[in-house]
Design a protein around this ligand. Structure first.
Ligand code: NCD
Length: 457
């Protein structure tokens, strides 16, 4: 379908598109706001009469579901949701792919929340209507990030060079993964305050440095890890925002142990004097109730912006089908430009993230073994669905019958011979698939022919 766009990751949107969403949200706020509470939308308009939004929620949700529904109703459309997997056909064993193909005949846009990483991208690959990721496992929550950034921008005017501290479960919080990519793209500096054992996942940290051009430094005084604009020294100066997140208990098999709490005592330090205290909510114990009266608390205002921001998202996605208002990746950041490799259905590398949607027994038959080929040195394979990277693997060149490890020789992904490559977790697996390592490998020659249909990057 022409101009069909999905938002499965914050990186599906260009920086220019994000600015466009903010401008539209500002417009809705100005036009429709409650006179007594300026961040609250209190009226509706008739922009999308007859349009229908359907929510497919396989995990609990309050804010995301209701603010999407409110946003669609405020735009003059209609909203409905399948919000309890026990009462939907998921309980009969129906796959997400089938549910999406069916429900896209009932609605013009789908919002999907799912416990598996990469579920949104699987849904998007089957949907003839736009799919919005309402949170997929611990992968991403891009629309939360849009309202987080919008809040920051309203509080602090600009995003460039802001110092943003992030506290809590940085490993399993999907809100944080989308948020740090966006902060990096907008030139903010990030300081990590993880709970013990809940540091940012390696892949996310790798991308911050290698794809979003942040420099990793350690603060000499505190040992804290910062991601800053290259060449910029970390100086102890004010923290513009503290983003707090709860222990994601549903994604861990053990209890939290020592978990950082943000309270009046924590905020007493001089560096937090004008900080905005943010939280995607719900909170459990990590954000003290006494802060609700503190002028620095921004979290209820933040939650309120879910409505104008989601109005702007729905409007942009539905308008894009008719008017081409959303352009594709104009600012040159990486996603979408790497070649896509699809392994045979039953052999070749598998995603190494056990929570990826490809490892769900119901969904697996609907998911291909697809990877973006990330042209770093050494090269990486990035799962098409959950974006987990594999950084150690074996490559068989079908044309020259050579087998080599990914760090054995430089690979130029732009070479046309990529379609002749097969990827394996081990040399044994490669041998079982008919590509034994002979021990006298030579550098494969690039092929002089067009990329086959296996390459869709
Ligand atoms: C978040 C989520 O679902 O990831 N909630 C939300 O959408 N505001 C945060 C959380 O559950 O901790």
């Amino acid at each position: 379908m022409r101009n069909l766009r999905h938002i499965t990751s914050i990186n599906d949107l260009s920086t220019e598109e994000i600015e466009g969403i903010f401008a539209r949200a500002d417009f809705y706020l100005q036009k429709l706001r409650d006179e007594k509470a300026p961040y609250r939308i209190a009226r509706s308009l008739n922009e999308l009469p007859g349009a229908i939004l359907a929510g497919l929620f396989y995990e609990p949700s309050t804010r995301t579901r209701l603010s999407f529904e409110s946003a669609m109703l405020r735009l003059g459309g209609k909203a409905m949701a399948s919000a309890d997997p026990r009462t939907s056909s998921a309980s009969k064993g129906e796959s997400l792919a089938d549910t999406v193909r069916v429900t896209s005949s009932y609605a013009d846009v789908l919002v999907v929340r799912h416990p598996r990483d990469g579920a949104a991208r699987l849904a998007a690959s089957y949907a003839p209507v736009p799919v919005i990721n309402g949170g997929d496992g611990s992968h991403e929550h891009p629309t939360q990030t849009l309202l987080d950034l919008f809040t920051l921008r309203r509080k602090k005017k600009a995003l460039r060079n802001l110092n943003v501290a992030i506290s809590g479960d940085l490993k399993a919080s999907r809100t944080i993964h989308s948020f740090v990519y966006a902060l990096a793209r907008f030139g903010a500096n990030i300081v990590l305050k993880p709970a013990p054992g809940m540091e940012l996942p390696d892949d996310v940290a790798w991308r911050l440095e290698n794809e979003f051009h942040r420099e990793r430094t350690s603060d000499a005084q505190t040992g804290e890890v910062w991601y800053v604009t290259p060449g910029r020294q970390t100086r102890r100066r004010s923290i513009d925002a503290v983003y707090v997140t709860r222990f994601q208990s549903e994604r861990w098999s053990n209890a939290a142990g020592a978990y950082p709490t943000v309270n009046a005592e924590f905020l007493r330090k001089k560096e937090f004097r004008t900080t905005a205290v943010m939280h995607p909510l719900p909170r459990v114990n990590e954000l003290d109730l006494s802060l609700d009266q503190d002028r620095r608390a921004a979290y209820f205002e933040q939650a309120a912006y879910g409505v104008p921001i989601r109005m702007a998202i729905i409007s942009a996605l539905l308008a894009s089908r008719a008017k081409k208002t959303m352009k594709r990746y104009p600012d040159g950041f990486p996603r979408g430009h790497e070649p896509l490799y699809e392994a045979a259905a039953t052999s070749g590398v598998m995603c190494i993230n056990s929570n990826c949607i490809v490892h769900d027994s119901v969904e697996a038959p609907y998911a291909a073994r697809k990877f973006h080929l990330v042209g770093a040195e050494p090269p990486r394979l990035r799962c098409f669905y959950c974006e987990t990277d594999i950084d150690t693997f074996w490559i068989a060149d079908a044309r020259s019958a050579t087998v080599f490890a990914n760090d054995e020789q430089p690979l130029d992904w732009s070479r046309k011979y990529v379609p002749d490559l097969r990827f394996y977790a081990t040399p044994e697996e490669s041998a079982q698939s008919g590509f034994p390592r002979r021990g006298t490998e030579r550098t494969p020659e690039p092929m002089k022919r067009r990329a086959s249909s296996r390459l869709r990057g």
